[in-house]
Design a protein around this ligand. Structure first.
Ligand code: NAD
Length: 348
């Protein structure tokens, strides 16, 4: 199978690229290399004969047409996006251009290519999206996002992802493009860019800096280890039903405060501080505007139709993640030196 993966130099895309190559698939990684990208994320597969890199911007339709013609993929996995909620509130324009217009371009380039190829049976366009399109849930633990939950995005990021989901469904209904979609909860794990909550907490803790938590830390997220997400995505793209979406979650709901306290406890074990516990560094900061209270995924469809389950609990996944950051300072140290990184806290 030859996969064209967009955003393959980012956090989740690179996990997909590494796993797909490890499973023997040919992969073309199409990425514009924005601030969020890092080719070190794909260094483990960069020398593989199965791997190719194409620097291109999804806002440039001609570049996408050329990429499809040159590489002739069997499958498209579309992850490239602007992904940071706080940045979307500060400057929404790039989110509209990349997430909406960029997805439109990807659909058009894929449609042109698919028709020119004689509409091959096995072709798939997999659009990777977020549970944030569904808005915010009440605290009642029995209420979760299903694939039938009405869209209710509340940030420029989630609104742009919601718009892109609608475009993908429309291209299936209007043109018959063979699409599948997935909407996933918060990911964490190795190679996570240090502006998101978990790497910010780990790296601030190691530097003895305050561990910032929005509001009172009661926002609930459903955490999924990134390698479990990559595994689910390869399953959805190969076995998912056309035109259907799959919610992917970790079944690991935690408040932000619980999550940070767990990371602190792991660090207390692995790298004890000389002057007290890491949790002493926790600091509550002014909340983000419109901060969604709770996200939780009902993963019944992917479990029953495709037999998928996450392989690790959040405690196991966090322990692996903390180990990874302790062992990979060469990866994160240069990123912290970049201006502004680590100053923007996010939960996604
Ligand atoms: N991180 C999460 O917890 C999460 C959860 C659910 C869904 N998602 C979705 O998964 C996808 C990947 O998320 P991520 O966290 O890996 O993001 P990321 O920000 O780490 O990576 C995004 C990648 O896309 C590339 N990119 C951005 N704009 C581009 C453009 N115009 N043209 C080409 N490439 C471009 C970047 O260079 C980067 O490599 C996104 O679509 C996101 O909405 C993320």
């Amino acid at each position: 199978m030859k996969l064209l993966v967009t955003g393959g130099a980012g956090f989740i895309g690179s996990a997909v690229v590494r796993l797909a190559v490890a499973r023997g698939h040919q992969v073309v990684n199409l990425d514009a290399l924005t601030y969020a990208a890092n080719l070190a994320n794909v260094a483990p597969v960069a020398d593989s004969p199965l791997y190719a890199f194409q620097q291109a911007d999804i806002r440039d339709l001609a570049a996408l047409d050329a990429c499809f013609a040159a590489h002739q993929p069997d499958i498209v996995m579309h992850l490239a996006a602007e992904s940071h909620v706080d940045r979307s509130i500060d400057g929404p324009a790039e989110f509209i251009d990349t997430n909406i217009t960029g997805t439109f371009n990807m659909l058009e380039a894929a449609r042109t290519y698919w028709m020119a190829q004689g509409r091959p049976q096995g072709f798939r366009f997999h659009h990777i999206s977020t549970d944030e399109v569904f808005g915010s849930l009440p605290s009642d633990p029995s209420v979760k996002f299903t694939e039938a939950t009405a869209y209710d995005p509340r940030s420029p990021y989630s609104a742009s992802k919601a718009a892109s989901d609608h475009l993908v469904r429309a291209w299936h209904e209007s043109y018959g493009l063979p699409v599948v979609l997935s909407n996933c909860s918060n990911n964490y794990g190795p190679y996570h860019f240090p502006e998101k909550l978990i790497p910010v907490v780990i790296l601030n803790a190691l530097a003895g800096k305050p561990l910032p938590i929005y509001g009172d830390g009661s926002n609930v997220r459903d955490w999924l280890y990134v390698e479990d997400h990559a595994d689910a995505l390869l399953l959805v793209v190969s076995q998912g039903q056309l035109g259907r979406s799959y919610n992917i979650g970790g079944e690991n709901e935690r408040t932000n405060l619980q999550l940070v306290e767990t990371i602190c406890a792991i660090l207390d074990q692995l790298r004890p501080r000389e002057t007290g516990a890491y949790a002493d560094l926790i600091t509550f900061v002014t909340d983000r505007p419109g901060h969604d209270a709770r996200y939780a995924i009902d993963p019944s469809r992917i479990r029953t139709e495709l037999g998928w389950r996450p392989s690790v609990s959040v405690e196991e996944g966090l322990e692996r993640t903390v180990h990874w950051y302790l062992e990979n300072e060469d990866w994160w140290h240069p990123l912290l030196a970049r201006q502004g990184v680590g100053q923007r806290l996010g939960t996604t």
